[in-house]
Design a protein around this ligand. Structure first.
Ligand SMILES: Nc1ncnc2c1ncn2[C@@H]1O[C@H](COP(=O)(O)OP(=O)(O)OP(=O)(O)O)[C@@H](O)[C@H]1O
Ligand SMILES: [Mg+2]
Length: 378
């Protein structure tokens, strides 16, 4: 806004308009400014502060993940974007317009440029796939012939041209979500909101739907806001991520940065789910607190960063002269970065003494790999 104000001084009007349009063009697709949302108390139930101090932007053309536990405020946040809820304080700017200030016909018109898909698809069971997709076009007053052409185009876009006349009860979950996506895109929105759209689907179907969303983002330039409680969904699709906890943004940024350097405990716990910081059961059950002769110290180290860990174990073995064994390893590549954990077995020697573990931890700390001593195996 400051840029606009400074431009306004001494600028001819036409020029100001052209520049300010360009500025809006390059701006965020969605901006939350000073948002809080309180659901009021009623019938003896206390009020709920669902969102507090929300200030962030969703870049135009991005796929931005919003992740949080149940009750974190994710759905409240998306309902603010499409104006289904009004903020208690602050403004939600969508595509340069304050959607929180709109009502009636103006709001309905603005909502046509914001599509939404849902966990349970929300299709009308009495309408065929084609007629479900046609619904928003009928509401928008399109001519019959135009609707027909557009629906055929959309069915092809989402890969179910052959399901034109099928009713929802005759479709699989993945196919129903494809109908949901086609319906959401019917009026050519600039933003697509997805509230747990893959949560009811199996992993393979989830992947196919996420691939479809990636294509839509790439081909049509639609900004996608992806609400989820699963880090694996964020990892597969998003470039930006916002971590929500108890109604507040606790961390946000590029997915690759957040995955390699998670700061908040909530983010770390989400991450542990995808990168498998948990030990294989067969190993965990063998770990004890006391060392024994001929046994191994168990050390887990975290691997985060480009090329990290590739040669680490070899160097460790060579430099410390230890016969290191790899008890478990899980490394993923996320946004070009390696993220995961290695569990090493460090031989204690016949005395069962522990200085090999101490030396290993010192070596890892010196090379800036976070590591922890989990105990011993016989
Ligand atoms: N219409 C409402 N009236 C009163 N409280 C509400 C309403 N909608 C949501 N809440 C409360 O606001 C908080 C945030 O809810 P919200 O549905 O936004 O969370 P969520 O992150 O989407 O959770 P989930 O993952 O379970 O869908 C919760 O405490 C919830 O009980
Ligand atoms: Mg929700």
């Amino acid at each position: 806004m400051n840029a606009h104000q400074s431009l306004a001084i001494g600028q001819p009007i036409e020029r100001f308009e052209a520049i300010s349009r360009a500025a809006v063009e390059s701006e965020a697709m969605v901006r939350f400014a000073g948002i809080s949302k309180t659901y009021p108390a009623y019938r003896g139930k206390p009020g709920v502060n669902a969102l507090e101090n929300i200030d962030f932007a969703i870049p135009r053309g991005s796929i931005t993940g919003v992740i949080g536990r149940s009750g974190a405020g994710k759905s409240s946040l998306v309902r603010l974007i499409n104006g289904l809820e009004k903020p208690t304080t602050g403004h939600v700017i969508v595509d340069g317009r304050d959607i929180s200030a709109l009502a009636g016909r103006e709001l309905r018109l603005a909502q046509r440029s914001i599509g939404m898909i849902f966990q349970h698809f929300n299709l009308l069971s009495s309408r065929t796939a084609a007629d479900n997709i046609a619904l928003p076009l009928e509401i928008a007053g399109w001519a019959k012939a135009d609707i027909k052409t557009r629906v055929a185009e959309l069915l092809a876009l989402v890969g179910i041209a052959d399901k034109h006349d099928r009713y929802p009860s005759e479709l699989s979950g993945g196919q129903k979500q494809r109908v949901g996506i086609a319906r959401a895109l019917a009026t050519r929105p600039s933003v697509l909101l997805s509230d747990e759209a893959t949560s009811a689907l199996d992993p393979q179907t989830t992947r196919a739907i996420l691939d479809l969303l990636a294509n839509i983002n790439r081909e049509l330039g639609v900004t996608i806001v992806l609400i989820t409680h699963e880090m694996s969904v964020v990892r597969q699709l998003a470039k930006e991520v916002v971590v929500l906890d108890a109604g507040r943004v606790v961390e946000s940024g590029h997915v690759a940065d957040i995955f390699t350097h998670p700061k908040h405990p909530i983010t770390q716990s989400f991450l542990a789910e995808v990168i498998g910081d948990s030990l294989p059961v067969s190993l965990a059950s063998r770990i004890v607190a006391e060392p024994s002769a001929g046994g191994q110290a168990v050390i887990r180290l975290q691997v985060r960063g480009a090329g990290a860990g590739d040669t680490l174990v070899v160097r460790l073995a060579r430099e410390l002269g230890l016969d290191v064994s790899l008890l478990s390893a899980r490394i993923d590549e996320i946004g070009g970065q390696h993220v995961g954990s290695l569990v090493l077995g460090i031989p204690l020697g016949s005395s069962g003494r522990d200085d090999a573990a101490t030396r290993t931890l010192a070596f890892l700390s010196q090379h800036q790999f976070p590591a922890e001593h989990l105990g011993y195996v016989a």
